[in-house]
Design a protein around this ligand. Structure first.
Ligand code: ATP
Length: 202
């Protein structure tokens, strides 16, 4: 799986549709202060399912939508799509049918986020799992925010372990275990209720 193109539309400072080609050999993006370099990295994190507004340097998730300037009105939605070259067929199962994979996330004011993979509606969880199983994603240690190195050095062992688990691609398994535990708890509650009903009927 290789990221080949990032397309931004109405995302933060990228009000007009903008393509970033992620060609072989790309090692850096340079530009003056405030030109949008960090916004590009945030767009990548966001399309992979980031759900913490703080990680997007915002107070709420709708803050990623272009907020307007003196010469341009604010937008009502933001969209980011990520093209993935899957010609080596390394995508996790369920996403591995084609040579190209497109993940799209769109947020609309007062509506929230919607995701698509290759044009098909999917849940946020599906996209997050896709990247977690591929050892990447919004929390990947490969994406290093400003100030993150200092945080890492000062992190407690438990937090450091989480980073290693992300890198090993097992964080998706933890999420599935957590969901299975919740289901188990619900089922236990239902069984207790059934016992109560049986007792009342006896
Ligand atoms: P530096 O080199 O200083 O770290 P940078 O190139 O990484 O800067 P970013 O932090 O990516 O720049 O971009 C900041 C710019 O994005 C600011 O001009 C800010 O006003 C603009 N911006 C952020 N959110 C929005 C938004 N929702 N709507 C419009 N512009 C936005």
């Amino acid at each position: 799986m290789r990221f080949s193109k990032l397309r931004l539309n109405g995302f933060k400072s990228f009000v007009d549709p903008t393509d970033l080609l992620i060609a072989d050999g790309l090692t850096g993006v340079v530009g003056p202060n405030g030109c949008g370099k960090s916004n590009l990295l945030e767009a990548l994190r966001w399309v992979m399912g980031e759900n913490r507004p703080k990680a997007m340097r915002g107070g709420g998730m709708e803050d990623v939508i272009f907020a307007g300037t003196s010469s341009r009105p604010a937008r009502n939605f933001a969209e980011v799509s990520l093209q993935i070259d899957n010609s080596e067929r390394l995508a996790p199962s369920g996403f591995n049918e084609s040579d190209n994979l497109e993940i799209l996330r769109r947020i609309t004011r007062d509506v929230g986020s919607a995701y698509k993979t290759n044009g098909k509606d999917v849940r946020a969880r599906d996209v997050q799992m896709l990247f977690a199983d591929a050892s990447t994603g919004a929390h990947s240690p490969a994406l290093v925010r400003q100030g993150q190195i200092a945080e890492l050095i000062n992190a407690k062992p438990k937090a450091r372990r989480r980073i290693l688990e992300e890198a090993a691609g097992i964080s998706g398994l933890y999420q599935r275990r957590h969901e299975a535990e919740l289901k188990l708890k619900n089922t236990e509650q239902n069984l207790l209720r059934v016992d109560d009903v049986i007792e009342q009927l006896a």
